[in-house]
Structures are given as structure tokens and as C-alpha cells.
Design a protein around this ligand. Structure first.
Ligand code: NAP
Length: 278
């Protein structure tokens, strides 16, 4: 199959690497010549260009740019496409993207591979990045079932697990397991930094695996965090408010020395946690 990939960073490049190794013909589009050269050298694409003309007969086109550039990129490249081309994206938020892009291209199907790592750009590209991870597609009433079937096939070929759901439900679920944890973890680091210097210094010396785990996502790429808040504002605020209610409940239990209820909450959480870990 001829597959186009626009944006040869971590996700776009890693998709190209795996799909090309399966024998698909990959056309990579980057804004920079140097990235195109790297894509060919690394085996990410069979052809790579800064021009959209190469995309004229691709069957599937995967947009792997930052969220803010997804709809504007589709708007720019549609004049070069065959009307049958299926366009999908990999953006971490779905509702605003699906709404904007479905208007630009009738064969648009939102997508979100739930894989990643802290590094970004073409140098961070990794083979088998999607193995064992969920790959979400968010079709609308207008989406053709055969288009979704084709995309599910692609996800399965990456050894990912395809999931079909509504874009808004996706954004709500992702807020709980990805966007809220970033804000909670960031608040943890910020609160620690407000401690007086001597104690803070000791805390930094004593910090070990527990703090490393709980602070990891809050100490990541600031642009990604802002993107989550900007494009998933409503769902993120909903989960943050519910989180704050739970924090207040725990504060009250500790103030009231209600150790039984506190223990019960912690016990319930301990039993529930494995359900979040695939
Ligand atoms: P990345 O490594 O920074 O790659 C994004 C690529 O998009 C850049 O390398 C660049 O490629 C291109 N690009 C950047 N700004 C652009 C602009 N203004 N207009 C057009 N193209 C632009 O980022 P990534 O982690 O692969 O993320 C890409 C998408 O995947 C995002 O929408 C993100 O929400 C989604 N996602 C990320 C993760 C994750 O953990 N990182 C996980 C799942 C989904 P060129 O230099 O080749 O043009």
C-alpha cells in the first residue's frame, strides 16, 4: 500500500519505520530537506520531500504534526490528493481535530496511537514503538466502515490493539489517564519547590523511586502540557475539579484522624490500580 506521512518526528517517523519494514511504500513529508535525507537514511520512508505533490496517489495519509498544525496542514495539502485517500491523524486530543478536519476532508478518521516517550523529533524514532499499545480511532456517522477497517488493519499490523470510540469519550478518558496526571504531577513539583531552602535541599537528597515515579510526567515537555490544557480544556477541568474534591476528602479525613476511612480508601485504590495497568 502507498502510505503518506506528514511530520517525521517521533510518532510519524516510528510509524514510517514499522510500516516500511512491512513492505508498504512510504512517502514522508517534512518541512526540512535535512529531515527528508535522515528519513531515507534511517529507512523511515522510500521517498521523502518537502513538497505535497508526491502525495497524489497515496491510499492512506497520516498527519503526525503537533496538534495545532493538523487542520491547517490538511487544508494546505488537500488540493494534491486523490479524493479516495483516507486521512487520519495521531493527535493526542480528538474532538476539536475531528470537528475541524471532517469538514476539510470527508474521508477523515481521527486516530491516536497511545504510545510515546519523552524524547521528540526524528532522532527519537524507534522501531516497534506501538507493540502492545492501544490505537484509538474515532469515526463519525459519516465515516465509511471500509475506511475504519483499513485503519484497524494498519494498527493490527503494528501489533497495536485498535479501539473504536467517540471522540469526546476519548478526550474524557485520556484526560483521566494522561492529562490530569501531568497537572497533578506538575503541582506536586511546584508545591515542593515552595518549601524553605534547607528542607528542600534535604528533600532533594532523600528523593528516590517514589518521587521519581510521581514527578516524571509533571517534569516533561511544557509545550505538550499546555497543548493538553488548551485542546482538552473542558475535560481536563472536569477531571481536575473531581480530583480536588478527592484531595479535600483526604485532607478532611486526616484532620479528623479518621484512620479507618482513610485506610479503606487506600485499600480500595490498591485493589483498583491493576485495572489501569495493561
Ligand atoms: P515531534 O517528535 O515533535 O514531531 C512532530 C513533527 O511535526 C516535527 O518533527 C515536525 O516534523 C512536524 N512539525 C512541527 N511543527 C510543525 C508545524 N508547525 N507545521 C507542520 N509540521 C510541523 O512530536 P511527536 O511526539 O511525534 O508528536 C506528533 C503528534 O503525535 C502530536 O499531534 C501529538 O499529540 C501526537 N502524539 C504524541 C505522543 C507522544 O508521546 N509524543 C503520543 C501519541 C500521540 P518535520 O520537521 O518533519 O516537518
Amino acid at each position: 500500500m502507498k502510505i503518506g506521512i506528514v511530520g517525521l518526528g517521533l510518532i510519524g517517523g516510528s510509524l514510517g519505520l514499522d510500516l516500511r519494514s512491512q513492505g508498504h511504500h512510504i512517502i514522508g513529508i517534512s518541512r526540512q530537506e535535512a529531515t527528508c535525507k535522515t528519513a531515507i537514511i534511517k529507512g523511515i520512508a522510500n521517498q521523502a520531500s518537502t513538497k505535497y505533490e508526491l502525495l497524489q496517489d497515496v491510499e492512506i495519509l497520516i498527519i503526525c504534526t503537533p496538534i495545532a498544525a493538523i487542520a491547517p496542514t490538511i487544508q494546505q495539502l488537500t488540493p494534491y490528493l486523490n479524493p479516495e485517500t483516507i486521512i487520519t491523524d495521531v493527535g493526542s486530543v480528538k474532538q476539536p481535530i475531528v470537528e475541524a478536519c471532517s469538514k476539510l476532508w470527508p474521508n477523515f478518521v481521527g486516530g491516536h496511537p497511545m504510545a510515546g516517550k519523552a524524547e521528540s523529533g526524528i532522532d527519537a524514532v524507534e522501531a516497534n514503538l506501538f507493540v502492545g499499545t492501544a490505537y484509538v480511532f474515532t469515526p463519525t456517522k459519516q465515516t465509511k466502515p471500509k475506511d475504519v477497517a483499513k485503519l484497524k488493519e494498519i494498527a493490527l499490523s503494528l501489533k497495536a490493539v485498535p479501539h473504536i470510540c467517540d471522540a469526546q469519550i476519548h478526550d474524557r478518558a485520556v484526560s483521566w489517564i494522561s492529562h490530569l496526571p501531568v497537572m497533578v504531577s506538575a503541582s506536586l513539583i511546584k508545591a515542593c519547590l515552595q518549601e524553605e531552602p534547607d528542607t528542600l535541599q534535604l528533600a532533594q537528597i532523600l528523593a528516590s523511586s517514589g518521587f521519581r515515579d510521581t514527578s516524571r510526567v509533571g517534569g516533561g515537555n511544557p509545550e505538550l502540557g499546555v497543548m493538553m490544557a488548551k485542546y482538552n480544556q473542558e475535560e481536563l477541568l472536569r477531571s481536575l475539579h473531581q480530583y480536588r474534591d478527592n484531595l479535600n476528602l483526604i485532607i478532611n479525613l486526616i484532620e479528623q484522624e479518621n484512620w479507618d476511612n482513610l485506610e479503606q480508601i487506600l485499600r480500595t485504590n490498591g485493589n483498583a490500580r491493576p485495572n489501569f495497568l495493561n
